[in-house]
Design a protein around this ligand. Structure first.
Ligand code: NAP
Length: 300
């Protein structure tokens, strides 16, 4: 039995489905029974648990041969870091109480930096909390920026034919396909790809990519060859996230704190000596899959 946190999410969903496809038993964790229903119909055991609820998380993890851990972000949190700390405390407490001995963790490039990195500081807190479990074998996957973040831009692409964020257009960003992260996590959960202890890997795509290039590739695949990347000022990005995406001001500031740390080169991949897993999916592959999914409603 494998327990998957964030099983209705982008990475956890693909991971849970692929484990089920291989015939493994899966306990799929999320906050809503109805959102877990798709996986339940594929054979997963649904487990409703909030990431701050130690008893429910403990029940969800107990008896698992390995657990996939991800720490969600609450976009509405008034105090983002306080919210992240309470999730870390609960996840660590549940791992301890459930007696699980093998864990695969989704983290991020830049999580090694304690502060000044916006969202990534929350994952630093998570990594530090998990490090307090020395008897648990734990592989941490520090992922690059997901290609799949493009999905968040789709309403803007559809309405204005552009992509906008607070990343500088010409900064090469470590990026990766979520399907490659899910594949690495599946191998780590089920196979012998690592021994024990607390190893860390970066999981990255074949090359780092700037947003001008990403936008060009996405635009071509989506039939919008003129699509442009617009670099919003940090203040405009915060205002947009609050007004259009329902983020709290503090969470929006953490997004911009992260992009600022990427823009100025403090957050970068392949420089910490951590071994790298290179996912095979290119941005062109991803863009083609996204375009196909948008054209066939059953694959959305
Ligand atoms: N986006 C990136 O570029 C990037 C890069 C590196 C690392 N990361 C990290 O990857 C993780 C996000 O992974 P993802 O994109 O696969 O997730 P996602 O698609 O954002 O989905 C979030 C998942 O977490 C669950 N969830 C949300 N709030 C919860 C709560 N309070 N209690 C329990 N479950 C909760 C959601 O389930 P329900 O809503 O159904 O409860 C859903 O399954 C984050 O830790 C992020 O920092 C992201």
């Amino acid at each position: 039995m494998f327990t998957v946190l964030g099983a209705t999410g982008t990475v956890g969903g693909q991971l849970a489905a692929s484990l089920l496809g291989d015939g493994h038993r899966v306990r799929a964790v999320g906050r809503s029974a109805s959102r877990l229903d798709t996986l339940a119909r594929l054979g997963a055991e649904p487990a409703v648990a909030d990431a701050t609820d130690v008893p429910a998380l403990t029940d969800a993890m107990r008896g698992s041969s390995a657990v996939f851990v991800m720490q969600p972000a609450d976009a509405t949190a008034v105090d983002h870091m306080a919210s992240q700390r309470s999730m870390t405390d609960a996840i660590v407490g549940a791992l301890r109480d459930s007696g699980v001995s093998r864990v695969v963790v989704l983290s991020s490039v830049g999580a090694e930096i304690p502060s000044g990195t916006g969202f990534l500081a929350g994952l630093h807190v998570m990594e530090q909390g998990l490090a307090s479990l020395p008897d648990v074998d734990m592989l941490t996957l520090r992922a690059g920026w997901f290609y799949d973040n493009a999905r968040a831009y789709l309403p803007l692409i559809q309405h204005a034919g552009l992509v906008a964020d607070s990343l500088d257009p010409d900064v090469a960003v470590p990026m990766v396909a979520t399907r490659d992260i899910a594949a690495a996590a599946r191998e780590a959960l089920t196979g012998e790809s690592w021994g024990g202890g607390h190893p860390i890997r970066e999981i990255l795509g074949p090359v780092d990519l700037d947003q001008a290039t990403v936008t060009r590739v996405l635009g071509r695949a989506l039939g919008l060859p003129e699509m442009e990347y617009v670099r919003l000022s940090d203040d405009d990005m915060i205002a947009t996230l609050v007004a259009e995406a329902g983020f709290s001001p503090d969470v929006a500031r953490h997004h911009v704190g992260m992009t600022r740390a990427i823009n100025d080169g403090r957050v970068a991949a392949r420089h910490t000596g951590v071994p790298v897993i290179t996912g095979p999916t290119t941005i062109d592959d991803y863009a083609a899959t996204l375009a196909e999914a948008l054209l066939s409603p059953d694959k959305r």
